[in-house]
Ligand binder design. Sequence first.
Ligand code: PLP
Length: 372
Amino acid sequence: MTSSMRTRAVHAGRDDLTDLGVHAVPIDLSTTYPSRDSAEEARRIDVFATGALDPGMPVYGRISNPTVERFEEAMAEIEGFDHAVAFGSGMAAVTACLLAAVARGKRHVVAVRPLYGTTDHLLASGLLGNELTWASPETLKDALRPDTGLVFVETPANPTLSEVDIAALAELCGDVPLLVDNTFATPILQQPGRVGAKLVLHSATKFLGGHGDVMGGVVACGAEPAALLRQIRFATGAVLHPLAGYLLLRGLSTLPLRISAASATAATLVERLSAHDAVGAVHYPSLGGPLVAFEVKGDPHALIGAVRLLTPAVSLGSVDTLIQHPASLSHRIMEEDDRHGSGVTDKLLRMSVGLEDVEDLWHDLDQALKAT
Ligand code: PLP
C-alpha cells in the first residue's frame, strides 16, 4: 500500500469541502430539483440522456445525485479510472454490465469460474438474454467469438480464493472488454484497471462500506462504458441511495487501514488453521487479504453452530469476522454439480476476517473446530 493511497482514501471525493466551509460531506436527499427554467432543464435532460455528466444542478434523483457523485469520483480515482458509476447493490452493477453488452449488440459473455453464486446464476440462467461460455484462462482465447461483448472474472474468486493473472487475461481478451470483480481484493491490494481490465466492479456492500450496514455496487471504467452504464441506470432505476453514497464514501477513508489490519490477522489464522488436525485444506490468495477459505475434515455445519465470537452469517468485509458455509448460503442457488465443479466442496467454509484481536478469534475458532 502506498502512502498516497492512504491519503487519497481519506480525501478523494472531498477536495472541495474546505472551500465549501464544511467538514462532513453534505447529504443531498432531494428526489427532484425545482427550476423556473424548463428550457434549461430540457437541455440538461438531453445531456443526461447521452449518459454524459452535466456540471450544473441535478434534475431528478434517478438521473444523478451530488452525494453519490462524490463516492463515484472517489472510486474512479482509487481504481485508476476517469469514471465510476454506482448502483443500488453489487448485483445491480453486474446486471447493468450484462445489459450494456446486450445493448451493444454483443450478447455473448465468456466467464471464468468460480464466481459469486448469484453472479454465476445470473450468467448461467440467461435471464438477461446473454449467451454464456464458461472458460479457463487456458481456453479463453478459443471461447471468444465476434459477438463476445464481455469477459467476466473474479480474482481472488468467491469462495475458493483462486486467482487469475489479470494482465495475461487482458491480453488474451484483445478488444473484448475484461470485467474484473474486485470485491475481494479491494483497490488496496490490486487495481485491475492498471493492468488492462476495462471494467472494475465491486459489491460495495462488502469492504468499501466496511461495517455491514449499507448495500451498494459500483463499476469503475472509462468514459464510453460509463455513459452507457449511466443510461442503463437511468432507464432501469437501479440507483444508489444518497445516504448509502455518504456511508460508502466514509467507509473508503478507513479502507486501507482495515484491509491492512485484517490481512495481518488473517495471515496468522491461516498458519494456525494449516497446522490444525481438524482442518483438511486451507486456501489463501498469494495477494493476501482478509478472506480465508478452509475445508474441515468433519462437519462444517457443526462449526457454524459452535462459533460464539465469530458472526455466523453470509456476506463479508465488515469490522467483525464473518464465517459461512458457501454450499448452504452464498453458492446455494447454483446447481450442485456446477458448484462442485467450481471447487465449492461441501466441506468448505469461507471466513472474512475483521478487526478483532487475533488471539480472541483463534480461541473461538479452535473451540468451534473441536465441535466438527
Ligand atoms: N460480487 C461478489 C464477489 C460478491 O461476493 C457479491 C455478494 O456477495 C456480489 C458481487 C453481489 O453484491 P451484492 O450482494 O451487493 O448485490
